[in-house]
Ligand binder design. Sequence first.
Ligand SMILES: Cc1cc2nc3c(=O)[nH]c(=O)nc-3n(C[C@H](O)[C@H](O)[C@H](O)COP(=O)(O)OP(=O)(O)OC[C@H]3O[C@@H](n4cnc5c(N)ncnc54)[C@H](O)[C@@H]3O)c2cc1C
Ligand code: SF4
Length: 501
Amino acid sequence: MTTTGADVDRLWSRPAHQIVTGDDYVESLRGRDLKVHYLGERVPEVVDHPVVRPSVNAVARTFDLAVDEPELATAQSSLSGRRVNRFLHVAESADDLVMQNKMQRRLGQDTGTCFQRCVGMDAFNALFSVTFDCDATHGTPYHERLRSFLRYCQEENLVVGGAMTDPKGDRSRTPSQQHDPDLFTHVVERRDGGVVIRGAKAHQTGCLNSHWIIVMPTMRLGEEDRDYAIVAAIPVEHPGLTYVLGRQSCDTRAMEGGDIDVGNARFAGQEALIIIDDVFVPDEYVFLDGEHELAATLVERFTAFHRRSYVCKTGLGDVLIGAAAQLADWQGVGGASHVRDKLVEMAHLNETVYGAGIASSHEATQLPAGNFQNDALLANVCKHNVTRFPFELARLAQDIAGGLVATLPSERDFADPDVGPLLDKYFSVGPDVPTEHRVRMLRLVENMTMGRNAVGYLTESMHGAGSPQAQRVQIARDVDLVADMGLARRLAGIDRDPPDD
Ligand SMILES: Cc1cc2nc3c(=O)[nH]c(=O)nc-3n(C[C@H](O)[C@H](O)[C@H](O)COP(=O)(O)OP(=O)(O)OC[C@H]3O[C@@H](n4cnc5c(N)ncnc54)[C@H](O)[C@@H]3O)c2cc1C
Ligand code: SF4
């Protein structure tokens, strides 16, 4: 079914939001009548759903941080001539990219989860140069369209999701070789004034919490796949979009009442499958259509930005290190040499991730479009470390925490008049530490290492921004083995030194 009509026209008309605080943002999400499915039911109002709400809170924190610490979470944009939320800023210097990383670590510390806003930020940054390059080669009008849309998002302070990953079907086949052409999102019709898009996007971070999504191709494309080379912005409220919320481990604990067993009652991430059912997108929201040779450039520039955005996980690592250290202290092993060494190891791994990510931002260079692109090799090293190190941090945190992290009775049993006092007695570690504090800390470790926020801390670390092999392929491309062999031959006395050396 093709969706048209006055309601839809309103969505494309750039309605005003003027969001400043986290509360403004939460209000902006209400009453949108999104088609959201979860646990076999349609969700009437996502903002008030107990499973969804912690993910809304995590994004809301990005607004409040901008109010509380504008130097960290806002930036001066030459595009709109105003100070804008840093998540809507295209980097105008290497320092802008470094500040993104500092903000991401801080938000990871504040929320202990994925705060969802970086995919859109990295998409805008990548598209800024790719649309510029496309226009220079093909005479297309994409760059000015993107600038106009971004200006609108900056002025209204909107959340924009980045929708790159398709369901992909048989991974050994290209989009046009699939048994079902819709397994990758594509243009099914070109009309006067726009295109009609069909397909789906999988694992979409924070899509219910966004105002717009930007659909992008997920891989290198050939001429036969030109209909899959589509980049377009779509309002999240569009009736042609259906969302099926992904389950997260222990997610329904949020529906049990109480705030201990959830581990982190305030914050969580969010992913959903977005089904795109023949959505007509007006030309002014189309930023690439058919220029298949630019799909690889877009994916490479986007993933370079996004793979160093994964320093977000070092903020979560800080929380997990803190939880392990606190438990060790309370449980009487804080001074044990092996425990101290494990905490040092955790810090070492965490800072190794941060070091590569922030170095990648520092090493940015300016592109012809005027914006700054970070170093791709270091970004891939950062993300590759993220596919491993949080798993080791989680293992060490569980080692220090002890088996209770997996065997604790429920919050309701602690509240039970018969067994509650007994649980309090037998899980006590001393008169100075309330048993409830210990239980809360153990639940936080559970939450981050095998509960709801393990989705963000572990599986997202593994696959988000590309699975480990994707980074190895890129590292292989970027490392200059020919130059390295020359260095070795010279020092080994095989090649003569250059005459002026
Ligand atoms: C929590 C979470 C949040 C995410 N958020 C977003 C988001 O906001 N936006 C977005 O666009 N995407 C998002 N992603 C998607 C993410 O980018 C993908 O998960 C990732 O690219 C891997 O794709 P996949 O999950 O389909 O796994 P697959 O591609 O199926 O990978 C599984 C395994 O198969 C291997 N493999 C895949 N293809 C080939 C091949 N052709 N040849 C050989 N081996 C192959 C991989 O290396 C890997 O080992 C998110 C993912 C997660 C888990
Ligand atoms: S995984 Fe990290 S980089 Fe990606 S959106 Fe979440 S917080 Fe941002």
